[in-house]
Design a protein around this ligand. Structure first.
Ligand SMILES: Cc1cc2nc3c(=O)[nH]c(=O)nc-3n(C[C@H](O)[C@H](O)[C@H](O)COP(=O)(O)OP(=O)(O)OC[C@H]3O[C@@H](n4cnc5c(N)ncnc54)[C@H](O)[C@@H]3O)c2cc1C
Length: 399
């Protein structure tokens, strides 16, 4: 279990050691970075992508963007105590722009660090950590979602390259990504879990077509991606050829941690559309007051329940429980929060004046909360995983 205590806590002797002073100084630097550098950096840039790149570059230059990664591959060192101090101090303070790097920094780069060859690590870790390259996740296909191993996009070796053909769908952020972490079938004769390989695929090439998909919120966060003889250098494999299922499952573990723990506090002050974050309770309390429902006992009861839920979500994020628990808790909180927002903000019906910013924001959240229960594996799939992997119940029948 990850300790909630700062890693420099302990005896007086430990507190006075050079290592403890180094950790204390890191803590100071992280605080200063979030107090001063982050607001200054963001203020100098306009546009979501530009701000996102500037934020990540600043994080990397400050020496925090590569914590958890070996220095020889462009990281800032793998000492878990340093990473723990950074995580403690940055919790709730990451700007929403970090969402652009969620797939790279929290899913693709960790799996490259864990499984790729030294050359592949050298090629991808530094540009990803410093914000030069944005990543997307090329997993789901029209015929392969929960049953991901049924995927049929193919990669065939051809001289120094792999040639990729097929289609992916629901690919978040593909429209602005330079790289995609791809699962493709490399041995069509093997049993379905065995003939898959994981690749790093360059998105900006003639063989890749990205088409936006508009959601019911009005936004187009995800896409269809088509491969027509798309090319990948032969060595850009993550893990071993035909052993991609192991890599795929390991990455899904990182994804569940990412979707189950991303900070709730960061959006409490601002009405930000996007991301998979339940509506903060502080916003719902403000909404109840604004609608003169702050005294309504049923509303107060719901607020109290949601406050407990939000607190538990925060605790789950600080402990190493099975990642599906955090994800499930979060999606349930998201739906319950959206339900209350619906009662308070949209009770007059389903239409409102376009300049009503409050209603516009809450209606977005009400429509968006469903996505949380699907992206990163549906609620039903999380329950199956918990039943089988955490509780040891018999496997459900497979076709
Ligand atoms: C906001 C969002 C972002 C996404 N981003 C990405 C991305 O960047 N990259 C990517 O590759 N994919 C992405 N996805 C796709 C996502 O991973 C899939 O939608 C998800 O895995 C479900 O697959 P599916 O849509 O094909 O549904 P299906 O697998 O067809 O499921 C349909 C229904 O059947 C249920 N079901 C299926 N199998 C079982 C079972 N064994 N037991 C019980 N119930 C079952 C499901 O729970 C669901 O209710 C995203 C999805 C969303 C909503």
């Amino acid at each position: 279990m990850r300790s909630a205590d700062p890693p420099d806590a302990g005896t007086d002797e430990l507190r006075d050691s050079p290592r403890a002073s180094a950790l204390a100084s890191l803590r100071e630097k992280v605080r200063e970075f979030f107090d001063l550098i982050v607001p200054e950096t963001l203020a100098q840039h306009k546009g979501r992508l530009e701000r996102a790149r500037a934020w990540r570059k600043a994080l990397y230059q400050a020496g925090f963007g590569g914590l958890g990664y070996p220095a020889e591959f462009g990281g800032h060192g793998s000492d878990p105590a340093y990473l723990a101090v950074y995580e403690e101090e940055s919790r709730g303070r990451l700007p929403p722009e970090e969402d652009v790097f969620a797939i790279g920094a929290r899913m693709a780069l960790p799996i490259i660090r864990d499984l790729a060859s030294p050359d592949v690590k050298r090629r991808f870790l530094r540009p990803g950590l410093s914000g030069e390259e944005i990543w997307c996740q090329l997993y789901s296909e029209p015929g392969a979602g929960s049953d991901l191993a049924s995927l049929s996009t193919s990669a065939v070796a051809d001289g120094d390259e792999w040639v990729v053909n097929g289609q992916k769908v629901w690919t978040s952020g593909a429209q602005h990504s330079q790289m995609g972490i791809l699962l493709a079938r490399t041995d069509p004769e093997a049993p379905k879990h065995r003939g898959i390989t994981m690749f790093a695929l360059p998105m900006e090439q003639a063989g890749v077509t990205v088409r936006p998909l508009r959601q019911m919120t009005g936004a187009a966060d995800f896409n269809e991606v088509f491969f027509d003889d798309a090319r990948i250098p032969r060595s850009w494999v993550v893990g071993d050829v035909n052993d991609g299922w192991r890599a795929a499952v390991a990455l899904l573990g990182y994804e569940r941690v990412a979707t189950g723990t991303s900070s709730v506090e960061r959006e409490a002050s601002a009405h930000i559309k996007g991301g998979r974050v339940p509506i903060p309770v502080a916003q719902l309390a403000d909404l109840a007051r604004a609608r003169e429902r702050g005294d309504d006992p049923l509303v107060r009861q719901d607020l109290a329940r949601l406050y407990s839920g939000e607190t538990i979500m925060g605790w789950l994020g600080r402990r190493s429980v099975h990642p599906s628990i955090g994800k499930l808790w979060r999606t349930q909180q998201g739906r319950a929060a959206a339900q209350l927002a619906h009662r308070l903000a949209l009770s007059g019906g389903a239409s409102w004046e376009p300049d009503d910013a409050d209603r516009d924001y809450f209606s977005y959240q009400v429509l968006n909360c469903r996505a949380m229960s699907i992206g990163g594996g549906t609620d039903e799939v999380q329950r199956n995983t918990l039943a089988e992997k955490a509780l040891g119940l018999p496997r459900e029948p497979r076709s």
